[in-house]
Design a protein around this ligand. Sequence first.
Ligand code: PGA
Length: 245
Amino acid sequence: MRRTLVVGNWKMNGSKEANADLVAGIVSEAGNVANADMAICAPFVYLSDVANAVNDTNISVGSQDVSVHLEGAYTGEISASMLLDCSCKYAIIGHSERRQYHGESNLLVAQKALTAYKSGLIPIICLGESLEERESGQVEVIIGEQLQAVQSVMGADAIAKSVIAYEPVWAIGTGLTATPEQAQDVHGFIRSRLGTDAEKVSILYGGSVKSANAAELFAQKDIDGALVGGASLNAQEFIGIAAAG
Ligand code: PGA
């Protein structure tokens, strides 16, 4: 049985002061969440603060990216071992904003996921199609290619211990959520491609998830939780989503 996982992706938002309030709000309500695990993926510079604030709670910490390199002369990069040093359990890999604004290819995403996994982090590997790709009937082709790259580089054993997030690009930050049926169709497709370990892998949905639509998404057979952007910046909303798990 896969346990629901609700992950907040703060993106490039927050400040020391605002984060302290937000995490305190989440921690104070975390006791109301019985059926889901929670994680917060904060900007790199705040990871240690957030990790200290959620210590001894049922909330884990993750990063929003990781370097493909292990160490060395890579100015500005953050390695997997540094993330472990800051108490990270998860690393979001290949978010569509990294693919779109930082030119991350399917191959680089797959290599980053392997680096994260081998270092001891749990990669949250993001897949998703654009509106144009959906409207031209390319959803399974695009998702299939993104997933295939990860499968060839990581192998089935590593993917079985990772998390996948399906995030249709047209639903991210737009208020347009995929319908539960649209999301389930793609989640079912992804699971059908995962082979013998398919039932072990948690597949999260992301794209305008809020407390008002979480329960109907989580009711779908192959939706195992959510990757939450905007709504994760509000403690009540984030807890409301996790409580629907
Ligand atoms: P959103 O973002 O919830 O604001 O749509 C989701 C994400 O980008 O992970």
